[in-house]
Design a protein around this ligand. Structure first.
Ligand SMILES: Cc1ncc(COP(=O)(O)O)c(C=O)c1O
Length: 379
């Protein structure tokens, strides 16, 4: 048996998404910028998809700019803040995804932007009072805070952050790569300036996502080239990816509450089973469902002589999970998120992440393998 418990890294493509994409791959080859029949056909697919996504998220189709995924959308949002909106300071945390942290570091180094890293507590929560204290001077600022942390699952109260930012005329960008398709969004009501999305985290294809840029923001050219995406992002569009993204969003929201209850149930079950099975187990980040992303469980396991081999051993036994973020796998450095929350680095950690396709039997299998590893190690 082999189980996939690494859905925060990426999710399997939904069958219905593949079925929506295949006819486009096979038949719809026209360049959407061409004015003839073939081009008009693919252009129509893009605009129908854009309208469908906008309807699901309650925003205007014109507020969505398709990108190659989360990383590009994060980069564009931060660069737009600095190069087009005149931001002089970016406020964020060190536990953001590297697509945000590294871009801010670059903008600080090359453009002299002031980078402010808010403190986070041991569960990865920010302090809203600290944010407000910084914003009081009304220096032109962009606040960039992720909706849910991809490694530990702690949620940021983005409605409250949005209110604070509005009060002090600061721009607000949120990376919702882990939450889009998993929670309902009313983008019009939220009034956030920039929102990042990647399709492959909710059973859509890889290499496609979008940046939502609120219509209040006057964005100029983001990627120079052709006139695609209303002249903001040049480059021939990923038509089948866009069609797949729209289908993935539609599917995610068609039975959202059912999916949420199923996955939260699995997470709660795994927490209980782990506590019964291993004496000394704790969790990184929040686990309270109100404060924690229901698809992610970051487990801090007992330290043993063979702790360093834990993920490798789990993989050999058929359990795919991760330690830290898979987006930087290959890097030998430890997790910057666990470092940011000052987690005990003498103990191994494993991030188990679930999807609507995960089953209770798969959780049982993972627990059995952990039990076997620890029995063996401790014997
Ligand atoms: C929170 C977060 N932001 C951004 C990204 C990058 O997204 P993409 O892989 O689509 O570039 C990831 C990927 O893991 C993520 O988890």
């Amino acid at each position: 048996m082999r189980v996939y418990l690494d859905n925060a890294a990426t999710t399997p493509l939904a069958k219905e998404v593949a079925e929506a994409m295949i006819p486009v791959l096979q038949n719809e080859f026209g360049n959407p910028s061409s004015t003839h029949f073939y081009g008009r056909q693919t252009k129509a697919l893009i605009e129908t998809s854009r309208r469908s996504i906008a309807k699901q998220l309650n925003c205007s189709p014109g507020e969505l700019i398709f990108t190659s995924g989360g990383t590009e959308a994060d980069n564009i949002a931060l660069n737009t803040g600095v190069f087009q909106l005149g931001v002089k300071r970016i406020i964020s945390t060190t536990i953001e995804h590297h697509a945000v942290c590294h871009t801010i570091e670059h903008l600080a180094e090359r453009e002299g932007i002031e980078a402010v890293w808010l403190s986070v507590d041991s569960k990865g929560n920010i302090n809203l009072n600290e944010l407000e204290t910084y914003l009081k001077d009304e220096k032109p600022t962009l606040v960039s805070l992720m909706h849910a942390n991809n490694e530990i699952g702690t949620l940021t109260p983005i409605e409250k952050v949005s209110e604070i930012c509005k009060k002090y005329n600061a721009y607000f960008h949120t990376d919702t790569v882990q939450t889009m398709g998993h929670y309902a969004f009313d983008l019009d009501k939220l009034g956030i300036d920039f929102v990042t999305c990647a399709a492959h985290k909710f059973h859509g294809p890889k290499g496609i996502g979008f940046l939502y840029a609120n219509k209040r923001i006057k964005t100029d050219i983001l990627i120079h080239g052709g006139a695609q995406e209303r002249g903001l992002r040049g480059g021939t569009e990923n038509v089948y990816g866009i069609v797949g993204l729209a289908k993935a969003i539609e599917l995610a929201y068609s039975h959202l509450e059912e999916h949420q209850a199923h996955v939260q149930g699995l997470k709660t079950y795994m927490i209980e089973r782990l506590k019964e099975t291993l004496s000394d187990v704790t969790f990184h980040g929040e686990t309270d469902p109100a404060k924690s992303l229901y698809t992610v469980l970051n487990v801090c396991l007992p330290a043993t002589e063979k702790s360093g081999m834990l993920l490798f051993t789990l993989d050999l036994k058929g359990v795919a999970c991760s330690g830290g973020s898979a987006c930087s796998s290959g890097a030998t450095k430890g997790s910057h998120v666990l470092e940011g929350i000052q987690a005990d680095n003498s103990r191994p950690n494993a991030r188990f992440s679930f999807s609507r396709y995960t089953t209770k039997e798969e959780i049982d299998f993972a627990i059995e393998q952990l039990e076997a590893i620890y029995d063996k190690v401790l014997a």
